[in-house]
Design a protein around this ligand. Structure first.
Ligand SMILES: O=c1[nH]c(=O)c2[nH]c(=O)[nH]c2[nH]1
Length: 305
């Protein structure tokens, strides 16, 4: 039986549109020395877009093709000083130039390149760095900014100074307590800046990124770990303590398990030397570390950011 007490009509919910994954490489030529910025830029706009969904009128629609073109034109006109700065330029442009667009979200992945040292004159040869991917998300609604930076795929390992014991044991527990284990993870992190309005001086986005990455790595290396949870918290504390421009850090840390291999069947003793690096399943440890008194705004599920 249909439920006649509930309205049958459908209504439009949240919507956004734009061009995703615009790959833009900007070369800056400083004489014979060249510099590279290599970005993947996704534009997402929202505003007065009821008509295009409800009646098909495109009167308020700036084509996604135009948003793509804008990314490339801005790379030429404004250059790319940092992913964050580039995203701010784009978000401001879409919201202030189009009356129907009230909110812009620019997501950027940045791939870094390292110079190849060689004998030729000039510096124009690069090798892609295999380490992390840098991330930035800029949101603007015409008055307030939200800038979240981050990184993913930063794989780190401690070959000692990690233990895990004293945990709950029930009838399904088989894990042996570890007093000297490998601790490895692939860091995915996002941090939110407290810069929210044009009236305030912007952080130095490039310097801030380098410092946050160093704090995170040093905290990982220097924490004598009793759990990945404890290490995560120390990484967050270190960033909040040292970076005044940041109010919130969110981590998603897969525990990349390394299991000691039983070599006894071969008459060999394994003195914490030979491990099986398992790829799945993995423990997944996730948490936010906040500046005291600040509100958490980074979504819990980082796969959506
Ligand atoms: O650092 C860890 N935290 C856990 O919660 C956990 N659970 C587990 O089986 N191994 C580990 N390691």
């Amino acid at each position: 039986m249909p439920d006649h007490s509930r309205p049958a009509r459908a209504v439009l919910g949240q919507n956004q549109y734009g061009k995703a994954e615009n790959r833009v490489v900007r070369i800056t030529r400083d004489g014979a020395t060249h510099h590279i910025k290599d970005l993947n830029v996704s534009v997402s706009l929202s505003g007065d877009m009821d008509d295009v969904h409800l009646s098909g009128s495109n009167a308020n629609v700036l084509p996604t093709d135009t948003t793509k073109n804008t990314v490339y034109a801005f790379a030429k006109e404004h250059g790319i000083a940092s992913a964050e700065q580039f995203g701010i330029h784009l978000a401001r442009h879409f919201v202030t130039s189009q009356p129907a667009i009230h909110r812009a979200r620019i997501r950027i992945e940045e791939y870094s390149w390292e110079r190849v040292a060689h004998g030729n004159e000039g510096a124009h040869s690069f090798v892609r760095k295999g380490q992390e991917t840098r991330l930035a998300q800029i949101m603007y609604d015409g008055s307030a900014w939200e800038v979240v930076s981050g990184l993913k795929d930063l794989t780190v390992m401690n070959s000692t100074d990690s233990e895990f014991w004293g945990y709950v044991k029930d009838k399904y527990t088989t894990l042996p307590e570890a007093h000297d284990r490998i601790l490895a993870t692939e860091v995915s992190a996002r941090w939110r800046f407290n810069w929210t309005d044009d009236a305030r001086e912007m952080p130095d986005w490039e310097a801030s990124y380098g410092q946050v990455k160093q704090h995170l790595l040093r905290a990982f290396a220097e924490t004598y770990s009793l759990s990945l949870q404890q290490t995560l918290y120390q990484m967050g504390v270190r960033i909040i303590d040292h970076a005044d421009e940041i109010d919130e850090v969110r981590f998603s840390l897969p525990n990349k398990h390394h299991f000691l291999v039983d070599l006894a069947p071969f008459g060999l003793k394994n003195d914490n030397e030979v491990y099986l690096a398992a790829d799945r399943p993995y423990g997944l440890i996730e948490a936010t570390v906040l500046r005291d008194g600040c509100e958490a705004k980074i979504p819990a599920d980082l796969t959506n950011l």
